[in-house]
Design a protein around this ligand. Structure first.
Ligand SMILES: C[S@@+](CC[C@H](N)C(=O)[O-])C[C@H]1O[C@@H](n2cnc3c(N)ncnc32)[C@H](O)[C@@H]1O
Length: 267
């Protein structure tokens, strides 16, 4: 038997023994098994932290900038929302002086895509994850595109904007939330965080500008600033994209689908 096989078989035997003892009638045995499991779990977490740079980046973000952090996963792709991008393009009718913010641009694909739809716009990609930001900054882009850290003051200096895209950002691990049947986001991603972010966007957006969001766990009409906006008339049919939560961060029963594109009214 090879050394690795011996280790694997030992770990498997240990697991089986632990599983059997978990059912023990003796509370002391059950307590010890629980403690042992926590030690093994902590050791595994430390190992992943030390060996996986992506995991480490998110863990550090949670520790150091947790109050600002929304979605932690960095999944993205080119032209991910063609219907939404196309509707925004039609709204602006080839205006050449647009200024656009892509908030939570991950590794930059959204910004590169927006350049295709808005060839002469100035586009700012803001990202909180330093590993993603480094990837963005290594991209070959024109001088009307820049990537910045998602710091309120830095973003404010780049604004105001005609459109803010915030796609798959205002949420926290939605697949796990759905799979685990979570009924409250109060501890992990409270409504106040969503609401405060939308108020911040509102201060950055020109009248007549577009606030564009997709894959959110809360509903835009619940936001403090919602009354200043109207859904864009010509946009893709809203589709259900996972569980939604109310102002108390509690699950809304049933499937709620809302529009993605909102026009800042000239008040
Ligand atoms: C799932 S990705 C979405 C990427 C892209 N917008 C898309 O839809 O394909 C979410 C991104 O939001 C970023 N993010 C989370 N909180 C943020 C914040 N406060 N400011 C800027 N980016 C943030 C994450 O680091 C991650 O890259």
């Amino acid at each position: 038997m090879m050394e690795d096989d011996i280790v694997v078989s030992f770990v498997e035997k240990l697991r089986q023994t632990l599983r059997q003892r978990e059912e023990s009638a003796n509370p002391l045995v059950r307590l010890s098994i629980g403690a042992l499991r926590s030690v093994v779990h902590s050791a595994r977490t430390v190992k992943v932290f030390l060996s996986d740079r992506d995991y480490r980046a998110v863990a550090l973000l949670k520790a150091l900038r947790g109050r600002k952090l929304h979605q932690t996963t960095v999944v993205t792709s080119m032209n991910r929302y063609p219907g939404i991008f196309g509707a925004c393009q039609a709204y602006f009718e080839e205006r050449e002086d647009l200024e656009i913010l892509s908030y939570g641009c991950a590794t930059g694909e959204e910004v590169i895509t927006l350049r295709e739809y808005f060839p002469s716009a100035r586009i700012v990609g803001a990202e909180i994850n330093p590993r993603c930001l480094a990837i963005c900054r290594a991209l070959q882009v024109d001088d009307r595109i820049c990537f910045i850290d998602s710091d309120d003051e830095l973003i404010r200096k780049e604004g105001p904007f005609d459109a803010i895209f915030c796609m798959a950002v205002l949420q926290r691990t939605p697949h796990a939330v759905e799979a685990q049947g979570v009924r409250s986001l109060a501890q992990t991603y409270p409504f106040q965080k969503f609401d405060a972010q939308l108020s911040a966007f509102d201060r950055l957006l020109r009248h007549g500008g577009l606030l564009v969001m997709h894959h959110t766990q809360y509903v835009f009409s619940d936001a403090t600033v919602a009354s200043r906006y109207a859904p864009l008339a010509e946009q893709p049919e809203p589709v259900w994209s996972g569980p939604r939560f109310d102002r108390n961060s509690a699950l809304i029963e049933g499937q709620v689908a809302t529009p993605s594109i909102f026009v800042r009214q000239r008040t």
